[in-house]
Write a protein that binds this ligand. Structure first.
Ligand SMILES: [Zn+2]
Length: 133
């Protein structure tokens, strides 16, 4: 029997679907077909209105630092690093980190831009300062 692509995507689950897009270099989030809101972390149901009909929308990657923390670590263990919450231009807020700048210089309200870190087996989204504003 030929396989059905649509059901294959559904069976993949929202988490897998999100990661498989990241692996292809695509930063996309589920968008609700009913209320048009995007959300993160990806779920099967829209957390805003309960709708099941979702589609994947590629996001700009632009965001603003909502909160920032420096996790202190000894230099021999990799040094301090940043943990932050970033509010994306499209609305969802995600936990990540800001790279490319001293963690303690990251401030609330900073404009940042997403990139996909593919160094490990599991790709994830990180942010760097967005100098274009
Ligand atoms: Zn919705």
């Amino acid at each position: 029997m030929p396989s059905n692509d649509a059901s294959a995507i559904e069976q993949e689950g929202p988490d897998q679907a999100y990661r498989s897009r990241l692996k292809q270099g695509i930063f996309a989030l589920p968008k609700c077909k009913s209320c048009n809101e995007l959300h993160f972390f990806p779920r099967v149901v829209c957390p805003h209105c309960g709708e099941f009909e979702l589609e994947w929308q590629t996001v700009s990657g632009k965001g603003e630092v909502y909160s920032t923390t420096t996790i202190r670590r000894k230099p021999e263990r990799g040094g301090n690093y940043n943990v932050c919450l970033v509010t994306l231009e499209e609305g969802p807020r995600m936990m990540s980190r800001v790279e490319g700048v001293d963690s303690e210089l990251v401030e609330i309200g900073d404009q940042v831009i997403a990139s996909i870190n593919n160094d490990d087996d599991e790709p994830f989204v990180v942010f760097t300062p967005n100098k274009e504003g």
